[in-house]
Structures are given as structure tokens and as C-alpha cells.
Ligand binder design. Structure first.
Ligand SMILES: C[S@@+](CC[C@H](N)C(=O)[O-])C[C@H]1O[C@@H](n2cnc3c(N)ncnc32)[C@H](O)[C@@H]1O
Length: 207
């Protein structure tokens, strides 16, 4: 009962705050400002990406957690484009095959229960020349101590942060699903604990 209260009334506000860390907001700007047309965002969260889109026509805001989504209300009201809530999970996208030009994932792939299935769904609904734009926190590959700590703390992190894994290799997961990267970079974000600081920033298309 206490855990349910935490998940419904405390965690969404913590998420809304942490996800506004200045280094993350800067990454949102770099990832999103050049996107045009229609966009599907998976794990829309509290709508923090809205103000960074400069030239889009419509946003499909896929967010399964209604306690999180309701904190996006004011940002959606101010959006200069249509925002349509899709209450669904990334593992089962309610879109036709090859129907979307742009899919965005900002720090969502860490939290998806079945990442392989979700990536296959993203692949299915993207048009052949469509782009997946992503920035995610990932597992270290060049620091064994931090890598091991990420493995050790992931079960706890999943409990306190709604299923978030600290130790995912998103680049490998996307490569295994036949995505090719048209841009990719890794960096350590400022203002976060070391254990969650390594980021993977990329634009990927179907092979
Ligand atoms: C760390 S938050 C990031 C939110 C937002 N993308 C941002 O950049 O602020 C992860 C989000 O993924 C959502 N999520 C969790 N599992 C999901 C799934 N299976 N499909 C889609 N979204 C999911 C959560 O509800 C949450 O809003």
C-alpha cells in the first residue's frame, strides 16, 4: 500500500524533477530541434520534450502511466502543435506497418519491460527512410567497477524508478534488430550520479 502510494503520488513528481536536469535538457535540444513532420514519442512522460520541437506538425504521445501523463497537462496546453495521447505500451504499438517518419525515445528504453519486443515494434512501424531519434542512459563498457555496480543496483533501481534498468546496452539491442546508425555518440552527463551518467545519443534507420 505504501509502495502503491509512492508509485502514484511521489515517483511521478520525482521523475518530473530529475528529468529536468540541465544537461538532459541540453540533450533534448540537440536531439529534437531539427525534426520535422509527425512524431511518435514512446514513453512521453511529463511532456518535457514539447518545447524543443521547432518544426513538427503533430505529436503522438505514447505513455502507459496515467499518473505520469497527467503532469504533462500544462505543457500540452501550450504546445503549438497537436498532441494526441496514446495510452499503450511500446511493446504493442497501435500503428500500421511502415507508417511513421519519426520516432523519439528519450530515456525510455531503460524502463520498457520487454525491450526486444519494443524495438521490433519500432522497426515495424517506421517507414523505410524513417528515423529513430534517441538519447538513453546505458551501461558503461570502459569502466568495470561502474559496470558491475550498475548490475548490482539495477534490481533496486527497478523498484524505486518504475522498472528502470541501469545496465542496458541500447546500441547493441538496436544493432541486433537491424538498425543502422546515421549518427551516434556516447558521453557522460553532468549533474547525475555516476551510476546513471553514461548516455547514448543516436539517430538510427532501418537497414
Ligand atoms: C525515465 S521516464 C522518461 C520520460 C520522458 N521520455 C522524458 O524524456 O522525460 C520513462 C518513461 O517510459 C515510460 N514507460 C515505461 N514502460 C513503458 C513501455 N513499456 N512503453 C512505453 N513507455 C513506457 C514510463 O511511464 C515513463 O514515462
Amino acid at each position: 500500500m505504501i509502495y502503491k502510494f509512492y508509485q502514484q503520488h511521489i515517483f511521478p513528481h520525482m521523475l518530473n524533477q530529475v528529468m529536468q536536469t540541465p544537461s538532459l535538457m541540453q540533450s533534448r535540444h540537440e536531439l529534437l530541434s531539427s525534426i520535422q513532420g509527425e512524431v511518435l514519442e514512446i514513453g512521453f512522460g511529463t511532456g518535457l520534450n514539447i518545447s524543443f520541437y521547432q518544426n513538427i506538425d503533430k505529436l503522438y504521445a505514447l505513455e502507459p502511466n496515467s499518473d505520469v501523463y497527467q503532469l504533462a497537462h500544462q505543457r500540452i496546453q501550450k504546445a503549438p502543435f497537436q498532441v494526441q495521447h496514446i495510452q499503450a505500451s511500446a511493446e504493442k504499438l497501435p500503428f500500421a506497418d511502415a507508417s511513421l517518419d519519426n520516432i523519439v525515445s528519450t530515456w525510455t528504453m531503460c524502463s520498457i519491460a520487454n525491450l526486444e519486443t519494443a524495438i521490433a515494434e519500432i522497426y515495424r512501424v517506421l517507414k523505410p527512410q524513417g528515423t529513430l531519434h534517441l538519447v538513453e542512459h546505458v551501461q558503461y563498457h570502459d569502466n568495470n567497477t561502474l559496470k558491475k555496480l550498475q548490475d548490482i543496483f539495477t534490481p533496486l533501481q527497478k523498484k524505486i524508478a518504475d522498472g528502470c534498468h541501469l545496465n542496458r546496452n541500447i546500441e547493441l539491442a538496436l544493432s541486433n534488430a537491424h538498425f543502422k546508425f546515421v549518427l551516434k555518440a556516447s558521453y557522460d552527463a553532468n549533474g547525475l550520479p555516476k551510476i546513471g551518467r553514461r548516455m547514448f545519443f543516436a539517430k538510427a534507420q532501418k537497414m
